[in-house]
Design a protein around this ligand. Sequence first.
Ligand SMILES: [Fe+2]
Length: 135
Amino acid sequence: MALLEWSDALELGIPNIDEQHRRLLDTMNTLSSQIQHGKSGQGYAAAVQEMQDYTTFHFMEEETMMRISGFRHADSHASLHQKFIKETEEFAAIDVTNAPGKALELLLFIQEWLVDHILGVDLVFAQHYKESGGD
Ligand SMILES: [Fe+2]
């Protein structure tokens, strides 16, 4: 449950971004198994942290590429990233040992957000980036 498989449909055709999106899904799947199998809650905080750290790294990379390539929606795209980071901060307040369902519900929400984001605004950026001569 709450596992999200990478699929070719998520590929944007920019190799480093695709690789980062794949790794981002991996961190979410690690978190999912910590929620479901980490009965003591040990490992949950670490998995949350890893997912947040990688998310932050990935968003910074994307935003740098947007600015370098003169993407005109860079600011609005970056504010969506900020909102997402805020959502992931909710994990810290969840008592995963007693309420694993809450953590899974939040995970499901952010996974859906990520897929919508990749297939929506990231796709728009990818088209711009390729047209501007990148990759
Ligand atoms: Fe993005």
